[in-house]
Design a protein around this ligand. Structure first.
Ligand SMILES: [Zn+2]
Length: 340
């Protein structure tokens, strides 16, 4: 009897400490659980080459170091590699791996090169088309990989990475996760500027095919220029490669912290805010009835420089969830957000 009493006491204390089921329902207990790390290029595709140095080996070295750091510190986070050996992986398959694993974050790692040896520094890209098209050179270079893929012409609907007109399709782009992608991209650049390559080229937007089909926040990091002698030294030194991984890991940590905290906030009620389904976000203001909305009646909320496009206004998450299932047919990356 005494033991039973003590047992009951433990249960009741536990009930005070741990949230009950109904508490759990008013909170979104979602955390960053899966990250996909994408080592650029591989196999028959060496990427950028300088002498006997090949981009594919640098990206794999940094990707693995980063994955190990995440795994060591966060054993609960699932780390998925698009490749962990020197093998060829088509661009669309890299996104498919991320989507299949329901990843919360996609990090693609690359190294840059240009004809001008003066170009140097690190930069991080998010998917999109910037008005000036100023990032086309690096973007075309990275996208040109797909011509090595068998049957690429039919697979990418005649997309020619070298032809600027091919990129017009991206003006009809849906990007559900622009603001989250920008947050992790900023975090990465914030860390990378501390070295080993300190020149910070900033966060940019360009239509990288590898990011195109990812249905989660995703970034492409260009660690530096093999064509620049100073960058070359940092890129090809093993200890510097570990340093690159450490910087990106720190950015990952900062991002995970804000991601987990943000999602664990109690769900807002209708007095504090309403639920809407976010279908995409863009740096552009789109007029009512735009083709991008696919016939849905979208409105937007502007946060910083990002327009968040939403459909519906719901008093509860449950109501929004019912509608979300339908919206996802048109916008697979759609999700429920609360708005004041
Ligand atoms: Zn590359």
């Amino acid at each position: 009897m005494y033991f039973l009493y003590r047992y009951l006491l433990i249960i009741s204390v536990a009930a005070l400490i741990f949230p009950t089921r109904s508490d759990a329902q008013t909170r979104q207990l979602v955390q960053l659980k899966t990250v996909v790390i994408d080592a650029g290029h591989g196999g028959k595709d060496p990427g950028t080459i300088k002498g006997n140095v090949q981009e594919k080996n640098i990206t794999l070295s940094v990707a693995k170091a980063l994955g190990n750091m995440i795994q060591d510190k966060y054993p609960d986070v699932k780390v998925v590699y698009t490749r962990s050996t020197d093998k060829f992986v088509p661009l669309d398959q890299r996104a498919a791996i991320a989507n299949k694993n329901k990843a919360d974050l996609f990090i693609s790692i690359h190294v840059n090169a240009t004809k001008a040896t003066s170009a140097r520094g690190t930069e991080t890209f998010v998917m999109g088309l910037d008005k000036s098209n100023s990032n086309m050179e690096v973007c075309q270079l990275e996208n040109s990989v797909l011509t090595l893929e068998e049957g690429y012409n039919s697979k990418y609907s005649g997309f020619d990475p070298k032809n600027p007109e091919s990129y017009i399709i991206f003006s009809l782009l849906q990007n559900s996760h622009l603001e989250q992608s920008l947050i992790i991209a900023e975090a990465v650049q914030n860390e990378l500027k501390n070295g080993p390559i300190t020149h910070n080229r900033g966060v940019k937007q360009a239509p990288f095919l590898v990011l195109w089909k990812c249905t989660m926040p995703s970034i492409l990091v260009e660690l530096g220029f093999l064509s620049n002698p100073t960058d070359y030294k940092a890129l090809t030194t093993k200890s510097s490669q570990v340093q690159f991984a450490t910087r990106i890991f720190k950015a990952f940590e900062a991002y995970k912290k804000q991601y987990d905290t943000q999602i664990e906030l109690p769900a807002q009620t209708d007095s504090e805010g309403i639920f809407r389904i976010q279908v995409m976000s863009s740096s552009r203001e789109l007029p009512k009835g735009s083709a991008e909305f696919k016939g849905l009646d979208c409105e937007y909320v502007k946060v910083g420089n990002v327009y968040k496009y939403t459909v519906g206004r719901f008093d509860s998450r449950e109501e929004a969830s019912k509608e979300l299932a339908k919206v996802k047919n048109l916008f697979p990356g759609a999700f429920i957000g609360t708005f004041k």
